[in-house]
Design a protein around this ligand. Structure first.
Ligand code: THU
Length: 155
């Protein structure tokens, strides 16, 4: 965990941090959570400076529910974004609502190890992590790019 709860402005301008919180909060308000009653909102900033949002969408067949981060990434890709420059997740309760394991891998696809991942409640940004902290020694697109043959190991 990073030593300080404040994401340094040189990594992500304060106004952008607040903008992400605003967007994520609106998304959280749209969550479809009849089962968990635990609404989550996410906002991702892409390489064009655009913000995309998502909320969790649950299902009567419980495992089919999707997370807020997943929805935000889909929106980003649909809009042409291919790099995540910052992400903020907002959720309620005492514990920090950090991205789940699956979402860490989904974010990793579009993110560098120094990606700031901000965690907030409805009022404040509570903490921040880097992608590398949340998913160390990760597997990503680079691993596949290193193989030279489509069906075999690099030779
Ligand atoms: N959830 C998210 O949307 N994002 C996370 O990173 C953590 C969990 C959702 C999934 C489910 O709808 C609810 O929160 C309770 O787990």
């Amino acid at each position: 965990m990073s030593d300080t709860s404040d994401c340094p402005p040189e990594l992500l301008a304060e106004e952008l941090q607040q903008e992400l919180l605003k967007f994520a909060r609106v998304a959280q308000g749209q969550a479809y959570v009849p089962y968990s009653k635990f609404p989550v909102g996410a906002a991702v900033l892409d390489e064009h400076g655009k913000i995309h949002t998502g909320c969790n969408v649950e299902n009567a067949s419980y495992p089919l529910g999707t997370c807020a981060e997943s929805g935000a990434l889909s929106a980003m890709v649909l809009a042409g974004g291919r790099q995540v420059r910052a992400v903020l997740v907002v959720g309620d309760g005492e514990a920090l609502v950090t991205p789940c394991g699956g979402c860490r891998q989904k974010l990793r696809e579009f993110a560098a190890a120094d990606l700031p991942v901000l965690v907030a409640d409805r009022q404040h940004i509570r903490h921040w992590f880097t992608m590398g902290e949340l998913l160390p020694s990760s597997f990503g697109p680079d691993n596949l790019a290193m193989t030279r043959e489509p069906n075999g190991p690099a030779g």
